[in-house]
Design a protein around this ligand. Structure first.
Ligand code: HEC
Length: 287
């Protein structure tokens, strides 16, 4: 007995040290000054997680009205917005190309195409099958408009950064946090504690009530309901954008989670059946 306690203590201490070390590492990735990472409780986390459709719809609005001035979304097609599991899916429109939201959003953009008769490059109105067009003609033009820095494509940003949903949310809400004394920010850069070195070329893109949220239409058990929008604070817009960009980065998340759940249920039923057939097969055998 006297020997067991120290052993347990040692093992406990090792676990404690490694997990505390892990936490410190997770929190320390690029975070500067006294900034503490915020960890919102995302609806899409966990085994049964789903996207918050109303939030993701508002997130699209913020992307369209604010971020799309600089950032492309080139791996997303307009029709994807109306797929099952997508923010603008409507049961009445199983083919997303007929979905009225999708048609309106596509028509809101102009895309480059080739005139099939003359071969000339033309601009035409977007259609559901188009992908979101580039914002700048090429990277050099994008850099030239952004003081030499390249605004990255946002389609898979939430997957591209570790803990991407939290990262994005914190990046967009941390601009106003106190700057450590003595940290020099050269012109053209902005203080942001979430970035490596505390500096980013993107100026704070959000400010309270920058966009005007409209009530969203939601299907609620077969009835169309108007959901009042929340106040468009910086935190609210950042959280809505995160829902939207989490979906663009992983549009099949809900499908995958429901397949996982069905598999577990199937295996449970199979185990019960196997158990009873085992009982039956061996019932007359002494053991
Ligand atoms: C005026 C142009 C502009 C607007 C508007 C803008 N950004 Fe940026 N963004 C940039 C530039 C430039 C960079 C590159 C910054 C750097 O490399 O320091 C960037 C970088 C980023 C990054 C990558 C940070 C990293 O980890 O490297 C994210 C994420 C991002 N922006 C999200 C957004 C979102 C979301 C919005 C809309 C709310 C938005 N941006 C609006 C110009 C813009």
């Amino acid at each position: 007995m006297a020997f067991k306690t120290p052993k347990k203590l040692v093992i406990g201490a090792i676990i404690a040290v490694t997990s505390v070390g892990g936490m410190a590492f997770a929190a320390g990735g690029g975070v500067m000054g006294d900034y503490k990472m915020k960890h919102p409780d995302w609806s899409f986390n966990g085994a049964f997680g789903t996207y918050d459709r109303a939030a993701a719809q508002r997130g699209y609005q913020v992307y369209r009205e604010v971020c799309a001035a600089c950032h492309s979304l080139k791996y997303v097609a307009f029709r994807h917005l109306g797929d099952e599991g997508a923010p603008f899916y409507l049961e009445d429109f199983p083919n997303p190309s007929d979905n009225p939201y999708v048609k309106n959003f596509a028509a809101d953009w102009s895309v480059e195409d080739i005139d099939s008769e003359t071969g000339d490059i033309i601009e035409r109105t977007g259609i559901p099958a188009d992908y979101f067009p580039p914002i700048f003609p090429n990277d050099a033009a994008a850099r030239a408009s952004n003081g030499g820095s390249l605004p990255p494509d946002l389609s898979s940003m939430v997957k591209a950064r570790s803990n991407g949903a939290d990262y994005l949310y914190n990046l967009l809400t941390a601009y106003d946090s106190p700057k450590p004394a003595g940290l020099e920010i050269t012109p053209g850069l902005h203080w942001n504690p979430v970035m490596e070195g505390g500096k980013i070329a993107m100026a704070n893109p959000l400010s309270d009530e920058l966009v005007t949220y409209e009530p969203t239409e939601m299907m609620d058990y077969g009835e169309l309901k108007l959901v009042d929008p929340p106040v468009a604070t910086v935190e609210q817009m950042a959280s809505d954008l995160t829902q939207f960009l989490a979906w663009t980065a992983d549009p099949k998340l809900e499908q995958r989670k429901s397949i996982g759940l069905m598999t577990i249920i199937y295996l449970l039923i199979l185990s019960v059946l196997l158990f009873f057939s085992y009982k039956r097969v061996w019932r007359n055998v002494e053991h």
